[in-house]
Ligand binder design. Sequence first.
Ligand SMILES: C[C@@H](O)C(=O)SC[C@H](NC(=O)CC[C@H](N)C(=O)O)C(=O)NCC(=O)O
Ligand code: NI
Length: 129
Amino acid sequence: MKYKLEHACIRVMDLDKSLEFYKKALSLEEVRRLDYPDYKFTLVYLSDEDKNFEIELTHNYNPEKPYEMGNGFSHFALTVSDLESSYEFHKNMGLEITALKGLPGEKPKYYFITDPDGYKMEIIRGDEL
Ligand SMILES: C[C@@H](O)C(=O)SC[C@H](NC(=O)CC[C@H](N)C(=O)O)C(=O)NCC(=O)O
Ligand code: NI
């Protein structure tokens, strides 16, 4: 049986804020939108230019309570060709951002930013994967 990774889904409180983050901070494009007004939710699918994997944003119009992130989910990861320029860009955007990090014994090669709902995005130096 052969499977293909298709998307990962997160629930977001403010769709406009989330779309601005994913489009402006990560250059992702909206590839599809499914509106279900009768069921009070919208699904928006975002991807990079290769379109091999998508992030699905689920927006419930009036969630009963804020979503609990829990401590199980860690992050999504994206690679970038110029890590230092990306770091300065995200820092200048005023995003929640960590210092540059590396795995134990390795030089810095990634950092984390946080999206409007608190989901962490790891930005990795693309030439070191
Ligand atoms: C089309 C496919 O990509 C989906 O993921 S649809 C999954 C479906 N989502 C919803 O019904 C969205 C609204 C719902 N209130 C929610 O917040 O999920 C679904 O089955 N969701 C249930 C789940 O556990 O994901
Ligand atoms: Ni889905």
